[in-house]
Design a protein around this ligand. Structure first.
Ligand code: DGJ
Length: 567
């Protein structure tokens, strides 16, 4: 009897303690859902409304105390935060993750998720975030040597000792995250930052020269041969021009140009970082991405920009050399954002934008990446410096701003936050599009559902020569003849794609908001709000009604429209 009672008490205690033990959500991971690959967090798709803090912000927890609340006021849900190898292994073999724990505590207190950027061997090409004991031991950790015979402050990726040391620290970091983050505050890892050699088209150290004189590894040749119908056009062109060989030295296979040096470096950086990523995933399998310093207009050749990073030319080399890396992502500060996202978004490389601008043009970028390329999200750089949310590169000393909620980014993110369930659903269904317009590209045609949509910069209905400077829109097909558009400074007209009456009129349009996934209607739109062009004779000639959707300069507004057709 006594034993039974004891057993019952034990069982109750066991159940009680089980109940008290919180169940950890699944580890964040990428999942193909319908037409999109999405980041799954706590078992559900997650849209990163992010921002990357400046490089060394996270080295000071007291500075970070001032940063976290700003992130929340800006309507971010994810902050990209650096962790430097030098900060966590200041002496060889002595790890200190107190800073990481403090960063996680700050994020959690402010309801933010985190993407950690591992600044190990490389940050913007150079090795400034490697520990001093690594930098000082050039014998053990060789540097890149350039054509002049000088070495530069870039650790050579062709060094087993450097790979071993960086991997050891990174694996310790990942073990630590696995232990301290059962609540999954950390969503992804960025491996290094903008890698590649600056100052020459390739490393000319002894080990590099030996490797460059040898054959292209069979593993790389095999992957390129297997994927030869889907290679990046630039890589395929080089390979074909050199005779499409299936084996040979680097110059035999790719030709005697600096681009071959770039391909060679890409292979070695990819092997290095792919190997680190695989070792980290073996202990804690968070998604991992790289970021790229894309070629700038003034760059004459590889080495003016970091040679060997994952560029459109070398993406296939990176895929072959680093299969453990999930995404290779661009840092886009150039004005033709649309071209760069298109170059990085491929079937084997879903899009994420870890760095770009955070001003009004940045909001346009965010809408476009998410709507046109099913991006996992968007993240402007230097977000703790709030001056950057007004202009790309504010002058030093520009005062910090207080009124964060009224900045374009905060307002844009508020709309994206409210639309998140709809965005994720329509990304998977392939029924979302986006427009990204400026003076250089004032119109965009979009095919979605049973209509072609013409999205233009907003004009005056009386004076068609007046046009706004910047416009953007996110467009969802809700059903037959029904669309939802979130836009700023654009106008949208419709043309049918199915047989029947050729002219499209607005049956019903209204503004509104999505709250908790439910549409809350606002104003009815008609009259001045939908009449875009009074020249009805000309409009009728073009099978147009003259009516459509109009979006003003204010923060993105939502309009839901039902169309009808007449002749
Ligand atoms: C791109 C880098 O990836 C960032 O870390 C930072 O250095 C910015 N450039 C500065 O504009």
């Amino acid at each position: 009897m006594k034993t039974r009672l004891l057993f019952v008490l034990f069982a109750l205690f066991a159940v009680g303690s089980l109940a008290a033990e919180p169940v950890s959500p699944a580890i964040p991971h990428l999942e193909k859902r319908g037409e999109a690959t999405q980041l799954i967090v706590d078992g559900k798709p997650w849209l990163v409304l992010g921002g990357e803090i400046s490089n060394t912000a996270s080295s000071s927890l007291s500075y970070m105390e001032t940063v976290w609340p700003k992130m929340t006021r800006l309507n971010l849900n994810t902050v990209l935060v650096s962790v430097a190898w030098a900060w966590v292994e200041p002496e060889e073999g002595k790890y200190d993750f107190a800073l990481v724990d403090g960063l996680l505590a700050g994020a959690r207190k402010n309801h933010q998720r985190v993407v950690f950027l591992w600044f190990g061997s490389w940050k913007n090409s150079v090795s400034s975030f490697a520990p001093a004991w690594v930098k000082a031991d050039q014998q053990r950790f060789p540097r890149v040597r350039i054509a002049s015979g000088k070495s530069v402050e870039i650790l050579s990726p062709i060094s087993p000792a450097t790979l071993e040391a960086d991997t050891r620290a990174y694996v310790k970091f990942m073990e630590h995250l696995r232990a301290v983050d059962p609540q999954r505050t950390v969503l992804m890892i960025q491996m290094q930052n903008e890698v590649g050699v600056l100052g020459d088209s390739r490393d000319r150290g002894d080990a590099a020269n030996v490797a460059f004189g040898g054959s292209v590894p069979a593993e790389l040749m095999g992957q390129l041969t297997k994927n030869k119908d889907h290679l990046s056009p630039a890589l395929a062109k080089l390979w074909n021009a050199a005779g499409s060989k299936s084996a040979g030295t680097w110059t035999e296979v790719f030709g005697e140009t600096p681009a071959t040096d770039e391909i060679f470096m890409a292979w070695h950086y990819a092997r290095f970082m792919g190997s680190m990523t695989a070792a980290g995933k073996a202990v804690y399998p968070l998604p991992v991405f790289t970021n790229t310093w894309i070629v700038q207009p003034e760059d004459k050749g590889p080495g003016d920009y970091p040679t060997g990073g994952p560029q459109p030319l070398t993406l296939d080399v990176w895929k072959a050399g680093a299969p453990a890396i999930d995404l290779n992502c661009p840092d886009i500060y150039l004005p033709n954002f649309d071209d760069h996202v298109a170059a990085f978004h491929r079937a084997d490389n879903p899009l994420f934008v870890p760095e770009s601008r955070g001003d009004a043009a940045g909001v346009a970028n965010a809408f476009y990446a998410i709507g046109a390329h099913a991006s996992l999200g968007y993240s402007p750089f230097g977000i703790d410096n709030t001056g950057r949310l007004v202009t790309l590169r504010p002058a030093p000393g520009t005062p910090q701003l207080d009124d964060l909620q009224n900045l374009p980014l905060a307002k844009g993110y508020a709309v994206l936050r409210d639309l998140t369930p709809l965005i994720l659903e329509h990304q998977a269904k392939g029924t979302i599009r986006a427009a990204w317009l400026n003076k250089g590209k004032p119109t965009q045609e979009i095919t979605l559902g049973d209509y072609n949509l013409l999205v233009e910069l907003r004009r005056s209905s009386r004076d068609q020569s007046f046009m706004t400077e910047l416009g953007y829109a996110l467009i969802f097909a809700l059903g037959p003849d029904e669309y939802l558009v979130a836009g700023t400074d654009v106008q949208v007209t419709f043309t049918p794609r199915t047989p029947g009456s050729p002219i499209v009129g607005i049956a019903d349009a209204e503004t509104g908001e999505y709250r908790n996934g439910r549409w809350m209607p606002g104003r009815k739109m008609s009259g001045d709000d939908i009449l875009l062009n009074y020249n009805l004779a000309k409009q009728a000639e073009a099978n147009q009604s003259g009516s459509g959707l109009r979006f003003g300069p204010e923060a993105p507004v939502l309009q839901r429209v039902k169309l009808y057709r007449y002749r």
